[in-house]
Design a protein around this ligand. Structure first.
Ligand SMILES: NC(=O)c1ccc[n+]([C@@H]2O[C@H](COP(=O)([O-])OP(=O)(O)OC[C@H]3O[C@@H](n4cnc5c(N)ncnc54)[C@H](OP(=O)(O)O)[C@@H]3O)[C@@H](O)[C@H]2O)c1
Length: 145
């Protein structure tokens, strides 16, 4: 697996892109406004990166990171993500995203709701516990005691 699709190019998505490229991956990254709005980021990331639509990043990735807040109505590309592992960085922030009654009642986590939005993908929670700036500064090599 050498290409990571990253949907979301904000604080977390851009940081995961930087970390991934420094570890030898290629990234295809998307935001909501279109690839042309990511020129500055792609210039910074260099030749191992390219911008795409969300569907394009999903299709290109061997696995895919979703660094986008969960919405009540699914805005992720279901068919392009089918059969893929999806790492979901979302944290539940009702003041930002609105309330999800199933989360408030304790019946579901936000990641289970993302899984319900993406029934043909395998969704895993990832990078939710770390502030975005630390993604590129807090890592240690595998095997570090
Ligand atoms: N910031 C942190 O330190 C941190 C740490 C851990 C987890 N998290 C969680 O990770 C998620 C992302 O946080 P963030 O801080 O990176 O948010 P952010 O800076 O606001 O970035 C969100 C990104 O999502 C994109 N986006 C929104 N809807 C989209 C869609 N339908 N298709 C493609 N891209 C879409 C936005 O694109 P546009 O700008 O074009 O709209 C933007 O690039 C949140 O759920 C947050 O709770 C954040």
């Amino acid at each position: 697996m050498t290409t990571i699709g990253i949907i979301g190019a904000g604080e977390v998505g851009s940081q995961i892109a930087r970390a991934a490229i420094s570890s030898g991956y290629d990234v295809v990254i998307a935001n909501s406004r279109g690839p042309h709005t990511l020129a500055v980021l792609i210039d910074e990331l260099g030749p191992s990166s390219r911008a795409a639509t969300a569907a394009g990043a999903a299709a290109a990735g061997d696995f895919v990171v979703i660094a986008v807040p969960l919405k009540l109505v699914n805005d992720m590309p279901v068919s392009e993500l089918a059969g893929k592992i999806v790492l979901d960085t979302n944290n539940y922030m009702p003041w930002r995203d609105g309330r999800f009654p199933l989360v408030d009642s304790g019946e579901k986590t936000v990641h289970e709701l993302r899984q319900a939005h993406l029934p043909t993908s395998e969704v895993a929670k990832a990078f939710t516990h770390i502030e975005a700036p630390r993604i590129t500064t807090a890592g240690l090599p595998a095997g570090t005691p």
